[in-house]
Design a binder for this molecule. Structure first.
Ligand SMILES: N[C@@H](CCC(=O)N[C@@H](CS)C(=O)NCC(=O)O)C(=O)O
Length: 205
């Protein structure tokens, strides 16, 4: 299998972490987004959105949307426990994957836009947008804090949901995001960051 990714993509990060966690045979295919390689006709044939990550299986079958890729990888190793089999377990994992895509990813992306990405694009930070983004991230961390006071991982035991959500908090230092006010979130992030799979996949920042 091949994973099309770019080094600073938090969406690609979570896929790579689960690839390592499951010890799956995946080759990394880095795209140079500065050169627009993700908008080439060859890549658009794999993902018409022109976004990374994309997972391509050996027979050419392609999946995009990082959370869908996580579901595919977990289904390839059903005994791993990273995706429960019972109705409630599946619903809980899906609940968090969808919350990540609709809530946590947009709020953390607002902050990344005014910090890491603004710097990359050589523009000044828009302070008002940055502060508004941080406020939304803190709202989301409050929700996670409440859940993580009761359990070690989001769905009880470790699942793909943990890898999906933690991906948005890995660049917290350059985002200027402190976790001190959210001790259970901080401990959960530390538990995940201690895993070899996460350490191997971390973005270079
Ligand atoms: N919801 C998508 C987001 C994918 C996404 O936005 N990828 C970014 C990199 S993190 C990208 O490829 N951006 C290029 C573009 O939008 O042109 C997922 O989770 O896979």
């Amino acid at each position: 299998m091949k994973l099309y990714a770019s080094p600073l993509s938090t969406a690609a990060f979570k896929v790579l972490a689960v690839v390592h966690e499951l010890a799956l045979p995946v080759t990394l295919a880095p795209l140079d987004m500065m050169k627009g390689e993700h908008k080439s006709p060859a890549f658009l044939a794999k993902n018409p959105n022109g976004k990374v990550p994309v997972l391509e299986d050996d027979d050419g079958f392609c999946v995009w949307e990082s959370n869908a890729i996580l579901c595919y990888l977990a289904a390839l190793k059903p005994g791993s426990g990273l995706m429960p089999m019972d109705a409630r377990g599946v619903a809980q994992v899906q609940q968090w994957l969808q919350w990540q895509a609709t809530t946590l990813a947009p709020s953390t992306t607002e902050v990344l836009m005014e910090t890491v990405y603004a710097k990359m694009m050589g523009r000044e930070k828009d302070e008002a947008k940055y502060v508004a983004g941080l406020e939304k991230v803190r709202r989301d961390l409050g929700i996670l804090e409440g859940v993580l006071t009761q359990r070690e991982f989001l769905c009880g035991s470790l699942t793909i949901a943990d890898f999906s959500l933690v991906s948005n908090l890995l660049l917290r230092a350059p985002m200027g995001l402190e976790l001190e006010a959210f001790p259970h979130v901080k401990a959960w992030v530390a538990r995940l960051e201690a895993r070899e799979s996460v350490r191997k996949a971390r973005p270079p920042l």
